[in-house]
Design a protein around this ligand. Structure first.
Ligand SMILES: [Zn+2]
Length: 319
């Protein structure tokens, strides 16, 4: 079968390997959809423990093909999303392969959702965890900086959690258009004078600001847009050695809260059920599909200048 391998830092290939054999408490999946995530780029740089070689892909869904002897809840034919808590895609083989074995307890039935939506349950769970952890109060004015897939999920979840308005800022016009379509109340072009534009529209700043860029230059400015007594959710992944400058007096005097969240916590199952309600639009945050053989092109797209949203790999090749 085909699989993507990260062999060492900045070294990847699409190769072949044996179809894995499931253990007694595992199921074998035919992977149908697997999302590329910014975290994959960090894994390729060795920033997530450097477990090389690794088959990456921690956001995936598929069909149960075979079940181990002790499996009781799943049968062949079940369509599932994978909870990657067992290290799938980080230190255990992930979803960028034709077949994957996963523990039964890590496979959640997705019902009527598409496999693509199933692959997006993991990022949705991360967004839910972020908004739950920082807290949205009814009537909050929220700013999300970064209109990529995660920013668009955070925007939708913040609205559902009771925000009065959610603004999205980004440098790509296409992403701002998409944000509007998905319910953003305001959008801001971040290419120039973002601070002036934001403070003109919201002179007191926002109750909650959310970084979904991972860019320390953007992150550093977020407290300037945060109201006194407000909260800043740091969600984007910066480089491990990056630093940002903050004014300690500002945090002290204006009683600001800075909250960090890096994964989905215990929100995966809730995210599956919530996705089934379709109150969050997952399908619209997908911009591209690629067969596994074109993993290089797909990854280049995430790093290149052309704006993209969620890029999904389809191991079975159907685009
Ligand atoms: Zn991810």
């Amino acid at each position: 079968m085909q699989a993507v391998f990260f062999d060492a830092i900045d070294t990847l290939r699409v190769g072949t390997t044996e179809i894995p054999e499931q253990g007694d408490d595992e199921v074998l999946l035919k992977v149908h959809s697997a999302g590329i995530c910014g975290t994959d780029l960090h894994i390729l740089k060795g920033e997530y423990g450097g477990y090389f070689p690794i088959i990456p892909g921690h956001e995936f869904s598929g069909e149960v093909i075979e079940v181990g002897k002790k499996v009781t809840r799943l049968v062949p034919g079940d369509r599932v999303a994978v909870h990657p808590g067992a290290g799938y895609g980080v230190w255990a083989p992930g979803g960028f392969e034709d077949y994957a074995k996963v523990r039964e307890e890590n496979a959640f039935k997705i019902g009527h959702l598409t496999y693509d939506e199933g692959a997006l349950v993991e990022p949705l769970a991360c967004a839910i965890n972020g908004i739950d952890t920082v807290g949205v109060n009814l009537g909050d004015e929220v700013l999300v900086v970064g209109g990529g897939p995660i920013g668009l999920l955070l925007m939708q979840v913040a609205k559902l959690a009771g925000a009065r308005s959610v603004a999205v800022a980004d440098i790509a016009a296409e992403k701002l258009t998409k944000a509007k379509e998905l319910g953003a109340d305001e959008v801001f072009d971040a290419r120039d004078n973002l601070k002036e534009k934001l403070l003109e529209a919201h002179p007191d700043g926002f109750h909650l600001t959310v970084d979904a860029t991972g860019n320390p230059i953007a992150q550093e400015q977020m407290l300037d847009f945060t109201q006194s007594g407000g909260r800043f959710l740091l969600f984007g992944v910066a480089a491990p050695d990056a630093r940002m400058t903050v004014k300690p007096f500002d945090i002290f005097f204006r009683e600001l809260k800075i909250v960090g969240v890096h994964a989905f916590g215990d929100k995966f199952e809730r995210a599956v059920e919530f996705a089934k309600s379709r109150r969050v639009n997952l399908a619209e945050i997908i911009s591209h599909h690629f067969p596994l053989a074109q993993f290089h092109e797909a990854l280049d797209l995430t790093r290149g200048p052309e704006p993209s949203l969620k890029i999904l790999m389809h191991p079975d090749g159907d685009a």
